[in-house]
Design a protein around this ligand. Structure first.
Ligand SMILES: C[S@@+](CC[C@H](N)C(=O)[O-])C[C@H]1O[C@@H](n2cnc3c(N)ncnc32)[C@H](O)[C@@H]1O
Length: 208
């Protein structure tokens, strides 16, 4: 268990609090309201999404032990109105059968997973035909912008300090390349966040 991983788990909720209040909480609520049936969440972190679900069952997955322990401690105090489990799973290799889930949820995680294309291929495999990928991700700024230049400069050190979080990923393209059809896509600035993580995309994609 690395020191960085423990540090991330300790500071994640306090560091994100102002952004959750300013925008993320509302975005999570609207998106996760659309997660029905049996849901798989990848990279659940400290379990911030848990209060927003109205699904039948949610399988929360998180490979990093410190994050997972935070999540488990938080869930002890919550009376969640759905069935749930917590599993120590890497999103790039899901130990679930094909066509199992009604929805897969990825929030602020495709920036961090070493191979997001592999994770999306796995998400697609375990989703039923017509199942939904629900996503909320921070992404690369607009091509040619000063913000993108800064993201590129800062990314090498940011990745080391922030648990392999990348600043310049074109996650919309990666979702499409994985074979999903994006039905609904919003681009918005993540208010109260550090400027170079502000550009976000969120929406629903279908496994057709
Ligand atoms: C920035 S946190 C986001 C947590 C949460 N999803 C949220 O919305 O607040 C990114 C999470 O992705 C997890 N992660 C990193 N590599 C992963 C992988 N290969 N598979 C699944 N999750 C991973 C990290 O441990 C971390 O908890």
């Amino acid at each position: 268990m690395s020191v960085m991983s423990k540090l991330m788990a300790a500071v994640y909720d306090p560091v994100m609090a102002a952004t959750e209040e300013a925008c993320l909480g509302e975005w999570r609520s609207v998106l996760l309201d659309q997660a029905e049936g049996e849901v798989l969440e990848i990279g659940s972190g400290t379990g911030v999404n848990a209060p927003y679900y109205h699904a039948d069952k949610v399988v929360f997955t998180e490979p990093e032990a410190p994050m997972r322990h935070k999540l488990e401690a938080k869930f002890e105090g919550l009376d969640l109105p759905y069935d749930w489990t917590v599993e120590p799973i890497d999103a790039q290799q899901l130990p679930f059968e094909t066509d199992r889930f009604d929805a897969v949820v990825a929030t602020l995680v495709l920036c961090t997973i070493p191979d997001p294309a592999a994770a999306l291929a796995e998400a697609r495999r375990v989703l039923k035909p017509g199942g939904k990928l629900i996503f909320l991700e921070h992404v690369a700024a607009e091509e040619g912008s000063d913000r993108l230049k800064w993201q590129k400069r800062i990314e090498p050190i940011w990745k080391v300090c922030a648990g392999n979080c990348h600043l310049t990923r074109d996650t919309e393209a990666t979702i499409r390349e994985a074979g999903f059809e994006i039905d609904d896509l919003k681009r918005e600035s993540m208010r109260k966040a550090i400027p170079f993580v502000r550009p976000t995309i969120r929406g629903i994609a279908t496994n057709r």
